[in-house]
Design a protein. Sequence first.
Length: 399
Amino acid sequence: MPAILSRSYCVNYIMRQIYLLILFSIAMTSSLYAAGKVSISGKVRAYREYPFKSEKDEVSVTAYDPYVRVYKAQVDAEGNFKLTFPKAFTGDVEFRFADHTAIQVMVSPGDRQYYVVEPIAINTVVSFSGDNAATNQQMAHYVKDRTEVWTEDGRKQRPFTMAGRRSAELEYPGTLERKKAFLESYIKDRQLSTLFIQWARADIDYNYAARIFHIKTNEHSPISDPAFFKQFPLDDARSLVASSYLNYLYEVRSSAIYWSPQVNTLIVYGTDINYDQVYHGLRFKDREVYDQMLKYSSLDHKSILAYLSKPDSVRKYTMPQEDRFAVGYINRKTSGVVRDFYFANYMLRALERASEKAPIEYRYPRLLAAYKKSVADRKYTKILEEAYVKFKAERELKE
């Protein structure tokens, strides 16, 4: 009997250890996912024989989450590389070998992807394995196939590359419809992943939206039609998969804050605005400024109120006007992961634009407090805090 009990005890002990090991593995995996790290490793094929290799050969990833940043990794003598970078949500980034043309690839937090890179090519050419491999292969084929689209008069064009202002004016919106028709036909004829379809549609729509908004803003006639923002919303979490959507968010926010007072009220408050209530909610000094601007400027009362009004949620912060407006704008127009991304992006850009007029030493802590109050998940807190510490250290070195 004691022997049987001993054996039973050993079995139970082993089972408990296995169970704890499984829990530990799950915890480690969850921790990796929570950290939002993406790992891309791979090999440059036949690198030893590559005639143009150099000791400085690198692979790089340009990510847009939450700010445009390039991450690099050295290629070793055997052609191997490993690149790790943060990502808070599933979306495309640009992967490049050496000075070749970058390609768009899809990554998710916690991904482990493996690439075999073909070095003898103008473009970066990759064979994919690991996470999101099927979607990445489909994206690579699609980008290659769509460059074969021809215009009606027989001229070959590249409708998906960034065009100059004049050509963009000539092409849109007709080109948009042609692109969408091509994509839907492409989807119909092939077995494609849901993620690819979601990305490809968002990529077309928001590349158009960002381009048109940029052009109109430069012409000092920004789009203020509510139907436009209904078609291309500012709080569209599903479209975060496309970097063109992120670019669209930049364009609209920059226009709202810096360039286009005539659309500020619309994109912040929507169409149902009680202007008398907003006016009487201003502080006395702001009402004086409003009266002077209405008398001596060419702006109408809606545009002036958009500059002067301060959302109740941020009144207690002594922020520059630009920050007050941005915080109110982001809080009113976005939610969830879009708000988290948008807020972090604005703050990192504030560091880049730091000036003596609005010392970042005063602005950034208040922005960080507003971020923590407004955003539930706060995936970017560590990134934002580390960026500020790095900024202060670099400034001290310069001084």
